[in-house]
Design a protein around this ligand. Structure first.
Ligand SMILES: [Zn+2]
Length: 422
């Protein structure tokens, strides 16, 4: 987009864009960043003063389940703490879903994310013969209600399997026709490895028909015999879908023998698969049945990054049967990710910040992300000087701008009623 000579209507003064290395003014016209005006004449533009604080072009949440969010308010607790029990509890709750109550719960989570500086979300929605298309319709309704302040991609997610769950294949086709953007999958949740392979083939058939990207839940299990990441990578190459496929969780990869893990990682790189780890949920769910020492349950984040693979992280669950916490705060999940993946060096902490911004934008294949002229005018001012301080302080997101408009302002107030004596 040509932005030369355009007059700004909003100027963010003294911004310190992450990794930019300089403090500068950012100019916005409508919902786009523009080049600095030549004449210095900014007319009647509004100003926001970032006062030299850290700015990002909006946090990006690439893996969440808005349809299930908040259901722990009215279901029984997950006694074993396992993935299997979490799924079982949902069956009954799902039968009672209505479009309006899904939209209401999802809406609360979207606004929480926005207040924390998230401006883009990719949400999975369950597609199966229990809830039918209601989870999709509920989240689509929430998306409609928040269209002005949040960009949302919806993934049709066959959590109960495609072959194992009668009617799921037909529902997956209908979900894509009804407005889902991305084809999901859960190939490990089938009865046999042949069915897992067929599950993946069906997902590619649908994706090709709709020219859609793919984002699957892959090997979210402690079973080190799970092999569906390798299957997914192979089929990605066969179908020529490189760069258009994402694999979430991949917990089993952490437990593979070193040689096999390294071979699979190389295949993942060749297939251009984006990887997402969900450290909050998987630290909570995985390794439950292990004797001590219990496994961490997190995929091989550092090894994947070392191969040059795009790795991001997501919140995944918010107050559902899988995970009892969550407020869609990338600084919170980033801090957990840093612990879970042993990312402690200064450059590794910077990498964590990359995972929740640029890497997540690549997962969602957003092409107008960043501060360049023509990019979407999303911006978050963080009360911190740098990434490490932002994570350490869980810093306040003082201003959240979406589509060129100031949408949220946050402040923290602290008053001391005590003075130190020395
Ligand atoms: Zn998930």
């Amino acid at each position: 987009m040509a932005t030369e000579g355009v007059t700004p209507n909003l100027i963010v003064k003294n911004a310190s864009p992450w990794r930019d290395g300089e403090v500068r003014d950012l100019y916005i016209a409508g919902d786009r960043f523009i080049a600095p005006p030549n004449s210095g004449d900014v007319g009647g533009a509004d100003f926001v003063d970032a006062a030299g604080r850290l700015c990002v072009a909006g946090f990006v949440e690439p893996h969440i389940h808005l349809d299930k969010a908040m259901i722990n308010e009215d279901v029984r607790p997950n006694i074993s703490g396992t993935l299997d029990e979490a799924i079982e509890i949902i069956w009954e709750r799902k039968r009672a879903y209505t479009i309006d109550e899904i939209a209401e719960r999802a809406g609360r989570v979207i606004r929480s994310a926005l207040a924390n500086g998230v401006t883009r979300i990719r949400s999975h929605v369950d597609i199966d013969n229990i809830g039918g298309l209601r989870p999709l319709e509920g989240v689509a309704e929430a998306r409609r209600r928040h269209a002005e302040v949040m960009d949302i991609q919806i993934v049709a997610f066959p959590q109960e399997g495609i072959l194992k769950n009668k009617g799921a294949e037909d529902l997956m086709w209908r979900a894509m026709e009804a407005g889902a953007d991305v084809v999901g999958g859960m190939p490990f949740n089938e009865k046999h490895p042949q069915d897992s392979a067929r599950h993946i083939s069906i997902v590619f058939e649908i994706a090709k028909k709709f020219d859609a990207d793919i984002d699957m839940h892959v090997d979210e299990t402690d079973d080190v015999g799970a092999r569906t990441l390798e299957m997914l990578a192979e089929q990605t190459l066969v179908h020529g879908w490189q760069g258009r496929v994402t694999a979430g969780h991949t917990c089993a990869l952490a437990g593979y023998p070193e040689d096999y893990a390294s071979a699979v990682i190389k295949l993942v790189r060749e297939a251009g698969i984006h990887m997402i780890t969900n450290p909050a949920t998987n630290l909570m769910l995985q390794g439950r049945l292990d004797p001590q020492p219990k496994r961490r349950g997190i995929t091989r984040v550092k090894e994947l990054l070392a191969e040059g693979i795009n790795v991001s992280f997501g919140q995944d669950c918010v107050k559902d049967t899988f995970y009892p916490f969550g407020r869609v705060d990338p600084l919170e999940v980033g801090l957990i990710a840093a612990h879970a993946a042993h990312m402690s060096l200064p450059e590794e902490i910077e990498q964590v910040f990359d995972m929740q911004t640029n890497a997540a934008a690549r997962v969602m294949r957003i092409d107008d992300y960043g501060f360049a002229p023509g990019a979407a005018a999303d911006l978050v001012i963080i009360d911190a000087a740098n990434a490490a301080e932002a994570l350490t302080k869980q810093a306040t997101r003082s201003t959240v701008i979406k589509g060129g408009k100031v949408i949220v302002e946050n402040e923290t107030r602290r008053a001391w009623h005590w003075n130190p004596t020395d």
